[in-house]
Design a protein around this ligand. Structure first.
Ligand code: ZN
Length: 154
């Protein structure tokens, strides 16, 4: 078990674009395993590799129904709209209401390199959108719904 340090807002790596994964090797598997441990330790529902300082397009998500490992993920379908409060392990102590699609479908590779399709509604759709934004250097506070602002939450 290896818990990696989560980068916090203000760290310039969080605004960088992550590169695609090309090698499905032991280094990737180690990263995925460490990201899982880090996610569960922090009690989050999603974590992107950039949040542990690795600029690769890798995300882990668990919205209470099991762990998903998404490699080179992309949103291929979005429908509807939701306005809900959102937070981020890299932006501790605050939440804000964002505008997200109600349903998304994500195409991603698994650790064997096979392409799979995942559907998310509600919380899971938010989580997919939030984590994929991290891969393009975008934080949820840049996606606040009109008129919304960050609120403290301790
Ligand atoms: Zn986040």
């Amino acid at each position: 078990m290896a818990i990696r340090k989560i980068r916090i807002d203000g760290d310039e790596i969080l605004s960088k674009t992550s590169r695609p994964v090309t090698d499905f090797d032991d280094r990737l598997f180690q990263l995925l395993d460490d990201m899982k441990d880090t996610l569960y330790h922090a009690e989050g529902c999603g974590l992107a590799a950039v949040q542990v300082g690795v600029l690769r397009r890798v995300v882990v998500v668990d919205c209470g129904d099991g762990l998903l490992e998404l490699i080179n993920p992309e949103i291929v379908f979005r429908e509807g709209e939701q306005k809900e409060a959102e937070g981020c392990l890299s932006v501790p102590g605050v939440v804000g209401v964002t505008l997200r699609p109600e349903t998304v479908r994500v195409r991603a590779q698994n650790r064997e390199g096979n392409w799979c399709l995942y559907q998310g509604k509600g919380l899971k759709a938010r989580c997919f959108c939030h984590e994929l934004d991290h891969l393009d250097g975008i934080l949820f506070k840049q996606k606040l719904a009109p008129g919304e602002k960050l609120e403290r939450c301790e």
